[in-house]
Design a protein around this ligand. Structure first.
Ligand code: NAP
Length: 432
């Protein structure tokens, strides 16, 4: 029997489990381990609460989770409760599918002032991640600056701009909905260090910004290059830029203006004990398409600043780490004999949820090539012995199903669920 431990129960973890089932058939036992008592990682706490159709993919993961040779071990932190060398001694293969849940630092003076947060924290807060349940966010009357031109920046702007009614059918947690419903930002500025043709925003998500009840999107026509230059863009990017061109033509301003400020690189954050202003430097595109400072600086008022500039994978003790890239040191997913990584922990925070699927299959094939015959290790029996010796209180998939039901039962009218935001409440719901 081949024993595999997958650390992380998000898309990368479940696609890897599915690939291992296909690769090894009945000859495999898979433990999917998560530090939280609830599965599905980014699907639960990353995907925007008003994008429920994307979350439907969790049903596919559930089918994998309920198969006989897969189990979920929740509330077990690898590197704290159990070490990587211990897991390597018990399993034929250990796969790190831990994602990239930490914010990339901005790297400018003032970034630690109150009022400056990263998207991991803000998204975690409105999505009910226990790590961010107590984040203090003030939105009402604020001039909000969102740094970054990717889809996460769009998610943050849209959630901040929506009216209470626009959260109908979403699973935004009550603490965020209540605060946002009672707030109206003064303005939202989305800052890109490069230009409109260099955005990393996809058309569907950008289009949503143009259809908000109380917010309107604005682009300065002077920032747009000649329309003919869009022809060389790939079709998706061309559609996104076309939407920016529409925003530039629409001058009707609603209560919450969302302004795109392109060619703007953050220089520092200023304020008396908390963020008040963001100082920026104008940029222009360099010969290889990068942002080059022009030396011209200016300031925008900003008393809530959210940086949406990408993520890092936190290191785990005993695992080689690539500090510069912010992920595990690996060659095509191989870290060291028996230890692999997949998804964002392997390749960084890019791509869609589906991008993780081929990743999982690649790793399953590598495992088969690296170790054609299982080594006779103990697998889950050995892990259970460790858990019992250490008196650890883990959560199973059946326990999660109880949490799931309890969350569905306590949902406000029209919402799919009301998440528990504290680990102890999740555990309590699982013990009923
Ligand atoms: P992203 O797509 O990589 O975008 C990051 C943005 O941050 C880029 O505009 C980048 O600009 C900018 N940036 C990086 N460092 C910066 C700095 N020091 N100063 C200013 N700007 C900086 O990352 P993301 O938005 O975090 O999204 C992560 C992945 O999840 C992406 O693949 C995204 O498409 C996906 N996602 C999808 C959805 C959806 O489909 N609904 C929603 C959310 C996220 P440069 O281009 O100049 O580097």
């Amino acid at each position: 029997m081949r024993h595999i431990a997958i650390i992380g129960s998000g898309p990368a973890g479940y696609y890897t489990a599915e690939a291992c089932q296909k690769q090894f058939g009945d000859d495999v036992r898979i433990d999917i381990i998560d530090r939280l008592p609830v599965p599905f990682g980014l699907i639960r706490t990353g995907v925007a609460p008003d994008h429920q159709s994307i979350k439907a993919v969790a049903r596919r993961y559930e089918a994998v989770a309920l198969s006989d040779n897969v189990r979920f071990v929740g509330k077990l932190a690898i590197g704290r409760d159990v070490s990587i060398p211990e897991l390597l001694a018990l399993y034929d293969a250990v796969v790190l599918a831990t994602g990239a849940p930490s914010d990339q630092p901005l790297g400018v003076p003032g970034e630690h002032l109150p009022g400056v947060i990263g998207s991991a924290a803000f998204v975690g807060w409105y999505n009910g991640h226990p790590d961010y349940a107590d984040l203090a966010v003030a939105v009402d009357g604020r001039a909000i600056a969102i740094i970054g031109n990717g889809n996460v920046a769009l998610d943050c702007a849209r959630i901040l701009a929506k009216s209470a009614a626009e959260f109908a059918g979403s699973d935004i947690v009550n603490h965020a909905r209540d605060l946002l419903a009672a707030s109206q930002p003064r303005s939202i500025t989305i800052l890109g260090r490069r230009g409109p043709q260099q955005i990393a925003m996809t058309p569907k998500e950008l289009g949503e910004l143009g259809r908000l009840e109380r917010a309107s999107a604005h682009v300065d026509p002077a920032d747009l290059p000649p329309p003919a230059s869009d022809e060389v863009l790939e079709p998706g990017q061309r559609k996104s830029v076309a939407l920016l061109r529409e925003f530039a033509q629409d001058h009707a301003e609603k209560a919450v203006p969302i302004r795109f400020d392109f060619f703007a690189q953050s220089v520092r954050i200023e304020g008396d004990g908390r963020a008040e202003r963001l100082v920026l430097q104008r940029t222009q595109l360099g010969a290889n398409g990068d942002a080059v400072g022009t030396g011209e600086t200016y300031a925008v008022p900003a008393n809530l600043i959210i940086s949406c500039i990408g993520y890092r994978t936190p290191p785990i003790p005993d695992v080689p780490y690539d500090e510069r890239r912010g992920r595990f040191a690996n060659v095509e997913g191989r870290i060291m004999p028996g230890l692999y990584c997949v998804g964002w922990a392997r390749r960084g925070p890019t791509g869609t949820i589906g991008t993780n699927k081929p990743d999982g299959f690649m790793i399953a094939e590598e495992m088969a090539a690296d170790q054609p015959v299982p080594s006779g290790k103990q697998g889950r029996a050995g892990l259970d012995a460790l858990i019992s010796t250490r008196g650890l209180d883990i959560v199973t998939f059946r326990d999660w199903q109880k949490i799931d039901l309890a969350e569905i039962e306590r949902a406000r009218a029209g919402a799919p669920r009301e998440k528990f935001v504290r680990v102890e409440d999740m555990v309590a719901a699982s013990r009923i």
